[in-house]
Design a protein around this ligand. Sequence first.
Ligand SMILES: Nc1ncnc2c1ncn2[C@@H]1O[C@H](COP(=O)(O)OP(=O)(O)OP(=O)(O)O)[C@@H](O)[C@H]1O
Length: 307
Amino acid sequence: MTMSEPAVLTRGLTKIFGGQPAVDGLDLEVPRGSVFALLGPNGAGKTTTIKLLLNLLQPTAGEIRVLGLDAAKDSVAVRRRVSYQAETQRFYPRVRVEELFCLCKSLYPRWNTERVTRYCRIFELPPYARVGELSKGKLTLLALVLAVGPEPELLLLDEPATGLDPLRRRQVLQLLVEEMAGGDRTIVISSHQLQDVERIADRVGFLLRGKLILSRPLEQLLGEEKKVRVLFPGSPPADLPGWPGVRRVAREGSHLLISLSGHLDEVLGRLNRYEDVAFEVLDQTLEDIFVEYAGGEEVTWKGGEND
Ligand SMILES: Nc1ncnc2c1ncn2[C@@H]1O[C@H](COP(=O)(O)OP(=O)(O)OP(=O)(O)O)[C@@H](O)[C@H]1O
């Protein structure tokens, strides 16, 4: 393994279930030290991708390297250095929290008792409680503590904040990002809580029907994805949907709403050539961008319509 290899690298990764691709020719690259958010609508293939990385599922085609190792051939070594917090938790209900930690300590050579104790205190996880007595939120917190305990180099989190109140969610994610990412540690997080993601991720990948349709640093994404609301006094230019950077043009009453991916200055320059045109540039949140890429509900304007 070389340190320069990305934390995750897939090439042409494909998983077919019953003739339908859940993951379709995925080329994913997650830089080391990053907090990478894997986003996409329900059924886009996020959980399948995470399970493939861990060799919990075998790919139909393609290559997977995790921390520089072959995910299938070196799966035991990968599992030693990677933690996974699954979307749903299954624990034996009668076991006590503390007993689980003891078991993990005996299984993982790098188990960090100090960190686990500290997190339990912060998360108010009662050590003597039986797992079956814990609330949904506390179960989520327990799963997170179990995932960070082995000091993973790669932490895979699938909807890590399920059942947590907003305050706790913010606290937990902040703590994870501060302590479990950066340097040699990487977090891949799949979540529908886009405000959380916007706060913590430094890179975002969008999956749609098993394909990676976008992978960019968050800051770049927010800087490039804009909307421009325009009112043309006469007919809009018919070639507007073909202008550089224009992803989509939608109607919004008498205005047109242009969705842009980069090329803002050029588009504004072109708009300024039209007399009496009025426009404003709108910033977008990650949630706006998600809705846009996942297929918004606005009616697309294809050009050449005068009404
Ligand atoms: N074991 C399986 N057998 C058959 N189909 C499956 C299996 N696991 C997942 N799928 C299908 O693969 C597709 C991708 O599912 P996946 O759970 O990876 O999506 P997701 O992006 O994680 O969705 P969500 O946001 O709802 O959790 C879906 O169509 C799903 O029904």
